[in-house]
Design a protein. Sequence first.
Length: 628
Amino acid sequence: MAEQKDQAGETLRFEAEVTRLLSLMVHSVYSNRDVFLRELISNAADACEKLRMTALQEPDLLGDDPDFKIVLSADRTGGTLLVEDNGIGMDREELVGNLGTIARSGTRAFLEGAAGGEGSALIGQFGVGFYSAFMVASSVEVVSRRAGSDEAWRWWSDGAGTFQLEPVPVEEAPARGTRVLLTLKDDAKDYAEQAKIERVVAEYSAHVPVPIWLRIGGDGVGEKSLADGSALWRKAKSAVAESEYAEFYGHVSGQYDEPALTIHYKAEGRHEYSVLLFVPSMRPFDLFDPERRGRVRLYVRRVYITDEAAILPGWLRFVRGVIDSEDLPLNLSREMLQKNPILEAIGKGVTSRILADLDKLAESDGETFEKVWTAFGAVIKEGLYEDAERRDGIYKIARFRTTKGDGWRSLADYVADLRPNQTAIYYALGDDLDAIKASPQLEGFAKRGIEVLLLSDPVDAFWVRTALGFDGKPFQSVTQGAADLDKVPVAEGEAETDDASDSAVATLAALFKQTLGDRVSDVRASSRLTASPVCLVAGDAGPDRQLEKLLSAQNQAMLRAAPVLELNPGHALIKGLAEKAAAGGKSETLEDAAVLLYGEARILDGEAPENPADHVARVGKLLAAALG
């Protein structure tokens, strides 16, 4: 970040992504510019909450001003709007770090989405809320004094790529906290109107946990309360309107979608705590952040503690809201947060409640639940792998695409439709649904009317390996081990095939194994093929083929197990080759066929032949022989 110093202070350049973001804001054509005020109020409330928590250890920081508040002042004549808080404030480094850079991941996704016209729906999800002020302001001035400091700083920018930073006398700054002064654009002067401010606050910020006041008159002759800072989560559920839930959801989530599910209750008994949580209807952009951080806010007796307590498991990191404990101590250290038995008990109780309410939603409003599962199913399924205690509860709400239609199916649906003599729940893994549906390994299952789960999320390859089964039925990959399908009757309308003799196929398999050597662990007849001549499957003891691909992609040095090559005894090509093998034994033609069919099986499995040049040469040789 370049710096230029002069007598007035410093001129610094925004980092590149901030400059791009500011350009979007300055030239904004978003239809809903009201969001800027919500973002500034949210920042002010967070500053107050941080000081409230810090003051537990350093009460002197509050001085003679223990009551937190946010004050809005508008000057209609001058065309300005002021947002002031008495929160923790910022020093020079924090002003540069918070207002000159964007540290949170996902900014690039925001910029791409904003460029595509989604900006007003994305503001606030990436820590870029402050910059939304430039949608309505031609310039922004920030004066801040950190609590307990004898220094104050002024930050100013017109959004044109640089900002100015200079110290100011403390008498020109708030006693502590931050003042944000917006000089409004000509087409945004209505945000200096009292009625407009009251409407926006009522719609977006009525339930922030800090009182909001509107200073009336340029000389500050009076103040009007716009929000009392009451804790919505402590109210009885019957006393809260849906619109209040929606507004509070926007405050705690930073999103503009409607929550798909609201969970509001008070737990009493061994531990007492209040809960107000929301399941979004839209994915946040940081859902798959490697740190898998949750954003549920922890309060202790209405005092904000942190949003990094990891109260809920990582597979519920999309849930937003508040948990307020009556029993936890206020002076929680990071170590205590990680090991506190009360917090652990609260987390378990809340997790069980979320699963129960999601199950109820699935029963009462299947359409809404399917939207939730479409958005967050891939994350919830992480719990099937890492949370054995909750696995049965997750099984109840899990939904899957299957070979039985295009809709979502539950495991209970699957088990209810088992075919006669079917003893397992079959699944197929792959990178995407279309590729899985085209797998030759599904052919025999389709012929017998056996439903197969189609699993295309990366986590699927891991949880099915640790899952013990559902309703007494084990999970079985269609690409692993021998598929013993002969006991399941052929589905109505499907014809039995005329297979080559067992002995002829066995002879061909032995010749193929001799030719292919250690490229395959075995060659055998298949009961899972009907249309394709060959396919590859994993051995009985090895990992599923898709899991093996995922693991080897992460570790290039990992040795992959040799697959099993299966032959379709009912396919015309295999029958012809089997007859040739039984009649004459080993030949050059059969050797070429073995290598070519192995290459074809690899192609069907989503991989290239081991030696593409050799594969092409053998195809050319066979075609030439056929022509001549």
